[in-house]
Ligand binder design. Structure first.
Ligand SMILES: [Zn+2]
Length: 175
């Protein structure tokens, strides 16, 4: 996406309020130029993303490129301590698992995530179970002791409208 600098000024900042490097993910902090009556100044809306370091863009526009990675609509794992994990980050855990057709992370209670896998028929049980336990353990290490991770096999993935199969299924109400 291109930034439209006439309408607002965007900063992408890390946890400490420092600007991130191109390609690095951070928080969107907006200053709006459109509303004089109630100006938004350095307003953190909860979305995250990164600068795309690519120029010039093929479409011909010279405005900066931004890639939103977590928006309010997207599936996201929100830990009770405030840490956020995007689908992109969690997808890394699945790289080694060859015996799954689908694997999803179901955040069903504030402190609990289920690794929910649908196995491919062609693989042996030990192989599938090994993949499942590995992902469970990797996710547990990533999330830390404040979250509990369990794992289970399912016969079909959780789907959304339009047949979309999300990597993160968020069933916990967000404040
Ligand atoms: Zn473009």
């Amino acid at each position: 996406m291109h930034l439209a600098p006439d309408y607002g000024f965007l900063e992408i900042l890390d946890e400490n309020g420092a600007p991130v490097q191109p390609g690095e993910e951070g928080y969107f902090v907006w200053t709006g130029f459109l509303n004089d009556a109630m100006p938004l100044i350095r307003y953190r809306i909860g979305d995250r993303g990164r600068w795309e370091d690519r120029d010039p863009c093929a479409c011909g526009r010279a405005f900066p490129l931004v890639v939103p990675t977590i928006t309010r609509e997207s599936d996201i794992l929100r830990c009770p301590d405030g840490r956020l994990f995007s689908a992109r980050a969690l997808n890394q855990l699945l790289k080694q698992a060859t015996s799954f057709r689908w694997c999803q992370f179901v955040h069903d209670r504030p402190n609990h995530v289920v690794v929910r896998a649908v196995a491919r028929a062609a693989f042996h049980n030990e192989h599938r179970a090994g993949d499942l336990m590995q992902i469970r353990s990797d996710l547990q290490n990533l999330l830390g002791a404040s979250m509990r991770v369990t794992a289970e096999f399912a016969s079909a993935p959780v789907t959304r409208r339009g047949g979309k199969i999300p990597l993160i299924v968020n069933e916990v109400a967000t404040p």
